[in-house]
Structures are given as structure tokens and as C-alpha cells.
Design a protein around this ligand. Structure first.
Ligand SMILES: CC(C)(COP(=O)(O)OP(=O)(O)OC[C@H]1O[C@@H](n2cnc3c(N)ncnc32)[C@H](O)[C@@H]1OP(=O)(O)O)[C@@H](O)C(=O)NCCC(=O)NCCS
Length: 200
């Protein structure tokens, strides 16, 4: 038996929507599936914890152990061609750690001060293993985050970051974007060639 859900099993998970070539590990934990949408060519590995709302595009790799924690009005958005390495932790809600408020699920909401905000992972972003992304952060197109980083502020496009807190260490080569566009062009050409074989 495959370690990923079959197509039929995917249909029974109750996801809002999903495309072609979607692989979700049977060992992933999925909460609020009706608020999770997935594009084409998505791979979600063992021990991921996913709490909707999540909006995940195409060519997205969420590696083992990654936590995607949201609160209802604040989704995590992964645009196309993005990835999170093992044990990345992204959250759109966190307690206030500065002192005046209580924290944790046991206390009424009026005694807590929850900090919330959408996290948007834009195209071509890759996040290194064990990094933490805090609420209200946009990882701008083409930026990357080195292993074990803490990202509390939005990044600049096509820039490499790492560290605690994450700092820019240099620009990121745009070559991968050109490679992706070339790849898509070839796929489309092959697809229309295949179709033309069957047209009368
Ligand atoms: C950030 C990163 C992309 C930089 O790679 P690079 O451009 O090849 O740079 P280098 O490895 O030469 O490192 C340059 C400097 O940054 C430091 N550094 C690199 N990554 C770091 C990190 N995540 N945190 C802190 N410092 C880091 C290095 O120690 C080195 O410092 P030095 O010049 O004082 O010796 C890479 O280190 C990284 O973290 N990649 C992600 C790996 C990953 O998570 N893969 C997932 C596998 S599934």
C-alpha cells in the first residue's frame, strides 16, 4: 500500500478543492479540510500538521514534519512553485509573550492577546529546514530562507535570508524562474502534441 492517499481516498478527506498529482501522506494530520485548497502537483509528507484555512498552489512541496497553523480568518497562502523543508513551522496566530496577558487554550479569549495575520509565501520561495515564520509575514517572490531561521518581518524579493532574526545575506539568482518557465513551455508543447494525435 502506498504511503500516500489514493485518489479515491483523497476524495473522502473533505478538502475544499484539489487538482491533479496531489500526494498527501497518510501520516499527515489534517484539520478543517473544508478550508484547505490544493492546486496540481502538491506533495505533503509524513507528520505534517495542516490546519485550514490553507490556500496551496501548484508545484508545492511541504516536507515531513512541517506545521501549518492558522486561525479562521488568517490563512497561510503558498503560491505556485514554493516549498517548505522538513520541520518548518508557519503560524498565523500566536499568543502575546510580553506579559500582560494569559496564554494558551485554557483561558477565555478576552484574557489573551492573540497576534494574528496572514502568511503569504509567494512564487519561487523556499524555506529551509526547521525555520519558523511568524504571523503577518510575506515572503516575497523568489526570496529564500536558510535552515533554522526565524522570520518575523516580510522579506524582499529575490533575496536570501538566514539567522535569528533572519537577515538578508545576498541576492538570489533568478535563473530558477527562467528554468521553470522553459519547463512549463515544454510541458504545454508535449501536451498539445499528445492531444493532436487524437483529434479527427
Ligand atoms: C542559507 C543557505 C542557503 C546559504 O547557503 P550558501 O549560500 O551556500 O552559503 P554558505 O553555506 O557558504 O554560508 C555562508 C555563511 O553563512 C553561514 N550560514 C549558512 N547558513 C546558515 C544558517 N541557516 N544560519 C546561520 N548561519 C548560516 C555559514 O556558516 C557561513 O558563515 P561564514 O562565512 O562565517 O563561515 C544555506 O546555508 C541553507 O541554510 N540552506 C537550506 C538547507 C535546507 O534547509 N535544506 C532542506 C533540505 S530537505
Amino acid at each position: 500500500m502506498s504511503s500516500f492517499y489514493s485518489r479515491d481516498e483523497l476524495a473522502s478527506l473533505g478538502l475544499a478543492s484539489y487538482g491533479e498529482d496531489v500526494l498527501i501522506s497518510r501520516k499527515a494530520s489534517i484539520y478543517k479540510p473544508e478550508k484547505i485548497s490544493l492546486g496540481n502537483k502538491v506533495r505533503i509528507e509524513d507528520f505534517c500538521m495542516m490546519i485550514g484555512p490553507l490556500i496551496i498552489g501548484s508545484f508545492v512541496h511541504i516536507a515531513a514534519g512541517t506545521m501549518l497553523r492558522t486561525s479562521d480568518e488568517y490563512p497561510i497562502i503558498f503560491d505556485d512553485v514554493t516549498g517548505a523543508a522538513p520541520y518548518v513551522h508557519i503560524m498565523t496566530i500566536t499568543d502575546d509573550y510580553s506579559g500582560p496577558f494569559l496564554f494558551g487554550p485554557h483561558f477565555p479569549i478576552q484574557l489573551r492577546n492573540l497576534k494574528k495575520g496572514i502568511v503569504h509565501v509567494k512564487r519561487f520561495v523556499v524555506i529551509g529546514t526547521q525555520s519558523v515564520i511568524l504571523p503577518k509575514v510575506t515572503l516575497e517572490e523568489g526570496s529564500s530562507v536558510g535552515a533554522m531561521s526565524l522570520v518575523s518581518r516580510s522579506t524582499k524579493p529575490w533575496t536570501v535570508y538566514f539567522g535569528i532574526p533572519a537577515r538578508p545575506i545576498g541576492s538570489r539568482d533568478i535563473g530558477l524562474k527562467e528554468k521553470y518557465e522553459e519547463y512549463v513551455k515544454v510541458q504545454e508543447k508535449n501536451c498539445s502534441k499528445d492531444k493532436s494525435q487524437y483529434q479527427s
